[in-house]
Design a protein around this ligand. Structure first.
Ligand code: UDP
Length: 361
């Protein structure tokens, strides 16, 4: 079987790393499977791309479509045009896409129209929020996917509601968590750890990059000021996403506690998360990682496509204003961490299950 693996953005790189390892393990055991890695170039900053390839030992891509930035339509169209040429020049049996970025949807459409089977890893999750570009990407991708690999029973139920044949839905666990387990003994403090006198549990991690939080400069600055005032006795380490940086510009803010740093590589970032007091974020992936690590996470969104991080894990949804965050964070300071667990099959073996299943197709 020939598999073309697509990756375009930071969370994709983290998800494909263990899948590639699982394929290579099968090859070592004599299985007739090969892969071709296509980087669409959706994320191209060193901090968001190359660093992840180096740190997670992901092979150099066989092709880079170099689409770079653009509006939603420009980027999706550029990926489709380039990926169609890629597939015509390099025939394959299966296109494997992960997550919910524009590359996921664009490449799934191109593959399906060329009558190539599509496999979606992290299928079926839904926020119900159609203002999120990711939700549209999820719905379109799942409407043309052949093999659905899910992170929860709930995601499978979402797919069944839309008429997907249950025989094509495979609850395998979470590839993001495979990467976490595979690298926990390699995580390492960032170079600024000493400079800022960071100590275990004496700081909070903050990440924000969703349009609903960062696209209006005034609201973003007010939110940051509110967070700076809320977390009074701790430093707040804020690895700032390029999208957020572009909105804030080069202005110098006089924050008492917030320390702005570059987006972190995976090994430094996971060290920071694992040793933090709490996390404030609008990221989906981070709510999964904090769940597994048992770190309290306050998600600055009105909905989540990962409800198990709330019902089982350590995640609390706090909306996009400082008001609810203040309430939830204050309750947490008063009551401490609530008891939480790890969702079923988030055990580090999802990628092997995926490849085992694909090789039976
Ligand atoms: N991440 C990282 N460094 C950072 C911020 C995030 O390595 O400075 C990793 C982290 O593992 C996270 C993943 O990137 O789960 C994806 O994060 P992002 O918020 O970009 O994407 P989302 O999960 O919201 O789609």
């Amino acid at each position: 079987m020939r598999i073309t693996i697509v990756a375009g953005a930071r969370p994709n790189f983290i998800k494909i790393a263990p899948i590639i390892k699982a394929i290579e393990k099968k090859q070592d055991n004599g299985a007739l499977v090969s892969y071709r890695l296509v980087h669409t170039g959706q994320h191209y900053d060193k901090n968001l791309s190359d660093t992840f390839f180096e740190e997670l030992n992901i092979p150099f891509p066989n092709a880079n479509l170099e689409v770079k930035s653009g509006s939603q339509a420009e980027q999706t169209a550029a990926i489709m045009i380039a990926f169609e040429k890629e597939l015509l020049n390099h025939p394959t049996d299966l296109v494997l896409v992960v997550g919910d970025v524009n590359s996921t949807m664009a490449c799934a459409i191109v593959a399906k129209k060329l009558n190539i089977k599509v496999c979606h890893v992290e299928a079926g999750i839904r926020s119900g929020d159609m203002t999120m570009p990711e939700e549209i990407n999820r719905i379109v991708t799942d409407s043309i996917t052949d093999y659905f690999f899910t992170t929860s029973i709930w995601a499978g139920e979402n797919l069944i509601k839309t008429g997907v044949d249950p025989l094509n839905i495979h609850f395998v666990g979470n590839v993001m968590i495979d990467t976490l387990y595979q690298n926990l003994d390699r995580i390492t403090p960032p170079s600024f750890w000493e400079e800022y006198k960071l100590e275990k549990e004496n700081y909070v991690i903050l990440t924000l990059h969703r349009p609903s939080n960062v696209d209006q400069e005034h609201e973003l600055v007010q939110l940051l000021k509110g967070i700076d005032a809320l977390v009074q006795d701790k430093k707040i380490v804020f690895p700032i996403h390029p999208r957020t940086k572009a909105i804030l510009g080069e202005s110098n803010f006089d924050f008492k506690n917030i320390i702005m740093v570059e987006p972190q590589g995976y090994l430094n970032f996971m060290y920071l998360i694992k040793n933090s007091f709490a996390v404030i974020s609008d990221s989906g992936g981070i709510s999964e990682e904090t769940t597994v690590l048992g770190i309290p996470c306050f998600t600055m969104r009105n909905s989540t496509e990962r409800p198990e991080t709330i019902s089982i894990g350590t995640n609390t949804l706090v909306g996009t204003s400082i008001i609810q965050l203040r309430k939830s964070y204050t309750e947490f300071i008063q009551n401490g961490i609530r008891k939480a667990g790890i969702p079923d099959l988030w055990d580090g073996c999802a990628s092997e299950r995926i490849i085992d299943l694909l090789l039976t197709k």
